[in-house]
Design a protein around this ligand. Structure first.
Ligand SMILES: Cc1cc2nc3c(=O)[nH]c(=O)nc-3n(C[C@H](O)[C@H](O)[C@H](O)COP(=O)(O)OP(=O)(O)OC[C@H]3O[C@@H](n4cnc5c(N)ncnc54)[C@H](O)[C@@H]3O)c2cc1C
Ligand code: FES
Length: 336
């Protein structure tokens, strides 16, 4: 059965099947609503329901008026009127499922694996710097990982995978992978890409493997001759966790206004750099962020604290905060 979804305060209406999520239907109709995990975990897609009824996986039945509805998990029971945080017109993404081959596996430290996957000869996949892919498992489950390579390196993907203790993919599957093994991926997903509508200075803020999409964004800017000021903050516990510490110096030679600040929360003796919480270091350096954009990626505790503190204390506009929280991305939510 098909219902209408209308967006309050606009002339936007699109059809949504009863077994389709509002987010999927919006995409299919050429509209983009903010999202990140698409699994009901990160809350990026949260919006309001002005009228009508939605069945929301993990939240139950929502009857309008209601707030805090996860639009990535919401399926219509009636025609509905919604109030998403933002909705923009954008061509529906063309996603590809590709059976890749493992090309190289490196372990820059005890917690991180850098996995290079090659596409079959002649196959290319378009994506925007900062986006992610889904690794598809045989039973239909999947895991999200951000592309660390820039889009012009389009014959494969580089993934930075943090070891999650007991993790089905990062511990189980990864341990058995060798050069030549097949891995099926679907891409691209995500909205964590540089907003080119404005040319405000950019703060890139990452913890751990949150470096992956930031690396893609920076290397894409280098390729395209970008000149926007960019300040990269990389937070980690100790210097071992800064698994690509040599790269930023190379970027600084090729990007005119690029600064790199590593920040350690548990520094070893002898560390002379910045210490503490990475997002607080940003505030120390930039007490007024009203003319900046911030792109934060990695640990969800950091991304939430960064949104709260940078907007409350640093005058950052919430609209200028872009984020991919690296929340669990397996099928962990109960189905209803
Ligand atoms: C948009 C997006 C992009 C992502 N990109 C990356 C990336 O580039 N690199 C990367 O390393 N990770 C990334 N992640 C996180 C990654 O998808 C998850 O950590 C993934 O679930 C790990 O899979 P697994 O099979 O190893 O562990 P699972 O089997 O999924 O989980 C095992 C246990 O660990 C918990 N768990 C899983 N992940 C996390 C986590 N991140 N934090 C705390 N507890 C967790 C689970 O709840 C479960 O209890 C991304 C997540 C999202 C939403
Ligand atoms: S995108 Fe809906 S909860 Fe993450």
């Amino acid at each position: 059965m098909t219902f209408d979804v209308t967006v309050s305060g606009t002339d936007i209406t699109f059809p949504c099947e009863s077994d389709e999520t509002v987010l999927d239907a919006a995409e299919r109709a050429g509209y983009s609503i903010p999202y990140s995990c698409r699994k009901g975990v990160c809350s990026t897609c949260e919006g309001g329901l002005a009228a009508g009824e939605l069945q929301v996986r993990g939240q139950g039945l929502a009857r309008g008026p209601a707030t805090g509805v996860l639009l990535c998990q919401a399926r219509p029971c009636t025609s509905v009127e919604i109030t998403p945080k933002r909705i923009v017109q954008r061509a529906a993404p063309v996603r590809k499922v590709i059976t890749t081959k493992v090309h190289r596996i490196t372990r820059p430290n005890a917690d991180v694996v850098v996995l290079h996957l090659r596409f079959p000869s002649g196959v290319r996949a378009k994506f925007q710097a900062g986006q992610y892919l889904k690794v598809l498992m045989e039973d239909g489950d999947s895991r999200n990982y951000s592309m660390a390579n820039p889009p012009h390196e389009s014959d494969g993907v580089q993934l930075h995978i943090r070891h999650v203790p007991g993790g089905r993919f990062s511990e189980g599957v990864l341990a058995g992978l060798e050069k030549g093994h097949a891995l099926t991926v679907e891409l691209p997903y995500g909205e964590f890409s540089l907003d080119e509508e404005v040319d405000h200075p950019v703060i890139l803020l990452g913890t751990g493997t949150g470096m992956a999409p930031l690396k893609s964004i920076i290397e894409d800017q280098i390729k395209r001759g970008g000149s926007r000021p960019m300040h990269l903050y990389w937070g980690a516990r100790n210097s071992q966790d800064l698994y690509l510490a040599d790269l930023p110096a190379q970027w600084a030679k090729r990007l005119p206004a690029f600064i790199f600040t590593p920040v350690l929360s548990e520094p070893e003796p002898g560390w002379s750099g910045r210490t503490g919480w990475v997002h607080r270091t940003v505030l120390e350096d930039y007490p007024d962020l009203s003319a900046h954009q911030v792109y934060a990626c990695g640990n969800p505790i950091m991304t939430t604290a960064a949104l709260n503190d940078l907007t409350a204390e640093g005058q950052l506009s919430p609209d200028a905060f872009y984020c991919d929280a690296f929340v669990p991305s397996g099928e962990i939510q109960p189905k209803i």
